[in-house]
Design a protein around this ligand. Structure first.
Ligand code: BES
Ligand code: MN
Ligand code: ZN
Length: 492
């Protein structure tokens, strides 16, 4: 997608469709000429367009360089916030595409109380997000061709926001593209190759990929146990971005990279199994976030890790009841081979601690229970450190994503005690599934502050809506990036 900025008056902007935002109940837009203004007020008077959120009306133009104008409702001014602006942009960009536009221009709205630059950023993110399609495996594309160019129209104060939004929009869509890939196309080895290509293109990311033998040498016993039933080798992917010259402190960003999760010997019911190809969405988010971080260049050091494997049953597979030990040295009794994500992540976080990371954030499609507790609206946050969690919560919010802080009272740790090992990988009952999954990780990091983001209910959208296609959402990319930016500011 080609993204540019125009400082011209709206009448002079060249585009197939020019999108003009309109608040509910506000007088018609200025600067469009007499004829079009009359047509618009006619539509308003007829009750066809009131400016309600997401409402659109298309007009052919006269005297404008744009061929059509799409009037787009923003709703009531006091309800407009950044995430809503992003959704607004996605919806209206899709509506413009529906009318066959190749070039879409966006007049940026002025929103009282919000920064113009950040408004521009969120509009850019939303438009890129809404227009994204995953068509890799469609040989016959009956859909209308996609928009090729986006033009954002406003004063010079929008320039930085549009470019930031473009970086984040591209990074999110890169993540969506890998998260979409099925298990036979995205093996752990292919995942690693994609990370290598991203790092090479970025130019300022060092990357090291450990294969199965490398994982054995590192002592990643938990990751290797999960991989045992697979014919595909695991990959332990480690990236370094040295925005502070490698002097630290280091921020660790870590993602679960289960390229397919069948449940293993504790096999999942088959009807809900197919979409477990997106069980690498936390790892996918790390990949996209590192691409964006390499472009924003925050002044901090970031260690990024993706633990990649699939989880399959086989004669060699790990079994319920097995006792295994990983990098932290703690022993784990396997109650369910389907609680594999926490095993893989536990080795990742232990590695990050050994590498000297000061603070950690993990993102993972870790528990179905996250959907039961919070639904698809907010991701679950679990931590061993309230201050770090409060910092991460703010970053998630500033990134326009949504989280919720779950409890971590000491008693929750009792839920996954084991009679035979240091801990079990599940609770005995299904109580507090998301908390247990997160707290399991805390047992492998000592005192190092860790915030875990459970994105199981956000990473995949089962149905298309006005704002985005069904499928991979790219959640957590923008949060990761914002966390790194704040980490850089904090440690200056
Ligand atoms: N990848 C799943 C969690 C998941 C479920 C993600 C649905 C997205 C949608 C994870 O590995 C898993 O299977 N978790 C188990 C844990 C249980 C065995 C303690 C779960 O949630 O049922
Ligand atoms: Mn599982
Ligand atoms: Zn899983």
């Amino acid at each position: 997608m080609n993204v540019t900025v125009s400082h011209d008056p709206v009448s002079q902007v060249q585009a197939d469709v020019l999108i003009i935002p309109q608040y509910e109940g506000a007088p018609g837009p200025a600067g469009l000429g007499e004829v079009l203004s009359e047509l618009i007020s006619g539509a308003t008077q007829a009750g066809d367009f009131a400016g309600e959120f997401g409402q659109t009306a298309l007009f052919y133009t006269t005297g404008l360089k744009a061929r059509k104008v799409l009037l787009a409702g923003l709703g009531k001014p006091d309800k407009v916030d950044y995430p809503r602006i992003r959704r607004f942009a996605g919806m209206t960009a899709r509506a413009a595409r529906q009318s066959g536009a190749k070039t879409v221009a966006f007049a940026l709205p002025a929103v009282a109380g919000l920064e113009a630059g950040k408004v521009a950023q969120f509009v850019t993110e939303g438009a890129m997000h809404g227009l994204y399609r995953f068509t890799t495996f469609k040989s016959d594309n009956h859909q209308k061709p996609n928009v090729e160019s986006l033009v954002f129209v406003g004063g010079p104060e929008i320039d930085a926001g549009v470019s930031a939004g473009t970086v984040l929009g591209e990074a999110t869509n890169v993540t969506r593209a890998v998260n979409w890939l099925p298990g036979n196309h995205l093996t752990a080895a292919v995942f690693a190759e994609k990370a290598v290509l991203m790092a090479q293109a970025a130019g300022n990311i060092e990357i090291e990929v450990f294969d199965k033998h490398g994982c054995e040498q590192l002592g990643l016993g938990l990751l290797l146990a999960v991989n045992q039933g697979s014919v595909e080798e695991p990959r332990f992917i480690v990236m370094k971005y040295k925005g502070n010259g490698g002097n630290g402190p280091w921020l660790g960003l870590i993602g679960k990279g289960l390229t397919f999760d069948s449940g293993g010997i504790s096999i999942k019911p088959s009807d809900s199994m197919w979409d477990m190809k997106y069980d690498m969405s936390g790892g996918g988010a790390v990949l996209g976030a590192m691409q964006a971080i390499a472009q924003f260049k925050p002044k901090c050091d970031v260690l990024a890790i993706i633990g990649a494997t699939d989880n399959l049953p086989d004669g060699k597979a790990y079994k319920p009841g097995d006792v295994i030990v990983g990098l932290s040295g703690k022993t784990v009794e396997v109650r369910s081979t389907d609680a594999e994500g926490r095993l893989v992540l536990a080795d990742c976080v232990a590695y990050a601690v050994n590498q000297g990371c000061a603070k950690l954030v993990t993102a993972a499609t870790l528990t179905g229970a996250a959907n039961i507790a919070l639904g698809p609206i907010r991701m679950g946050l679990v931590t061993n450190n309230d201050d770090w969690e409060s910092e991460v919560f703010t970053a998630v919010d500033e990134a326009g994503e949504r989280g919720w802080r779950l409890p971590h009272d000491e008693e929750y740790y009792d839920l996954f005690k084991s009679p035979i090992a240091d801990m079990s990988n599940t609770g005995t009952a299904r109580a507090a599934g998301t908390v247990v999954g997160g707290l399991f990780l805390m047992k492998h990091v000592g005192k190092t502050p860790l915030v875990h983001l459970d994105i199981a209910a956000q990473a995949w959208k089962s149905a298309e809506d006005k704002y985005e296609d069904a499928g991979a959402t790219g959640v957590a990319v923008k949060s990761f990036v914002r966390i790194a930016q704040r980490f850089a500011e904090e440690n200056r």
